[in-house]
Ligand binder design. Structure first.
Ligand SMILES: CC(C)(COP(=O)(O)OP(=O)(O)OC[C@H]1O[C@@H](n2cnc3c(N)ncnc32)[C@H](O)[C@@H]1OP(=O)(O)O)[C@@H](O)C(=O)NCCC(=O)NCCS
Length: 192
């Protein structure tokens, strides 16, 4: 596969993925390099596993935000509501393609996911990663997660604040920005 070098001035906006975007999500997860794929799924998984996983990802209990470099989905954050739990709980996971890692996309996606969880009345947001995944652990800590580590895995738990008009506005603004930048061909792109 040809390697991609992002424009060093790029700023990639984030938007919610809809069912017609499932093809982009599948391609994104399949493109992850072996180490990132291992980190994302907590172990080595096959393409067939990813195919089956993506088939479950566009259900009404799942919300995905993604960032695009032109027509290519390069990063995603997933929120899965655990139905049947009360108070409502959810789990989250993140993936950023290697050339785009360490440029703030994971942090931005995390912020969007926390706001979305907050606005949906989720009282506990869980995230699991391998315990040597320093970047993910750092981001979880930055977002005030409580962390426990056992058997090579770290479990992070966040308690989103109760929603308010500002958090609703934040979600709306984020979505409007993502949509507008898709429509506006003159908006500069580049990484921060
Ligand atoms: C983990 C992941 C989602 C993070 O996304 P990202 O876009 O690379 O991360 P960001 O650039 O937003 O933030 C990285 C942060 O970690 C810090 N960091 C980087 N390397 C680090 C290290 N070795 N130790 C501690 N912190 C580190 C950075 O300084 C940055 O912190 P800051 O925001 O306070 O400046 C991404 O790297 C990824 O997809 N990895 C593979 C899949 C994966 O691990 N998924 C998580 C399982 S759910």
């Amino acid at each position: 596969m040809a390697s991609v070098q992002p424009d060093s001035n790029a700023v990639f906006s984030i938007r919610r993925l809809w069912p017609m975007d499932i093809v982009f999500y599948r391609e994104h997860l399949l493109r992850l390099d072996p180490e990132s794929r291992h980190s994302r799924f907590g172990g080595g998984v096959s393409d067939t596993y990813i195919d089956a996983y993506v088939d479950t990802a566009m259900r009404p209990d799942t919300l995905i935000y993604g960032s695009f470099d032109e027509a290519r989905l390069i990063a995603a954050g997933e929120l899965r509501v655990l139905f049947g739990t009360w108070p409502l709980r959810a789990e989250t996971a993140f993936s950023v393609e290697k050339p785009y890692q360490d440029h703030g996309l994971g942090d931005q996606l995390f912020t969007r996911i926390i706001t979305a969880a907050r606005n949906r009345g989720i009282t506990r947001l869980g995230m699991q990663c391998l315990s040597h995944n320093q970047r993910m652990r750092h981001l979880a800590q930055k977002h005030h997660a409580e962390m426990t580590t056992a058997d090579g895995e770290t479990e992070a738990q966040l308690i989103p604040l109760t929603f308010n008009p500002i958090s609703l506005f934040e979600e709306w603004m984020g979505e409007a920005d993502g949509t507008l930048s898709r429509l506006n061909p003159w908006k500069p792109t580049g990484l921060n």
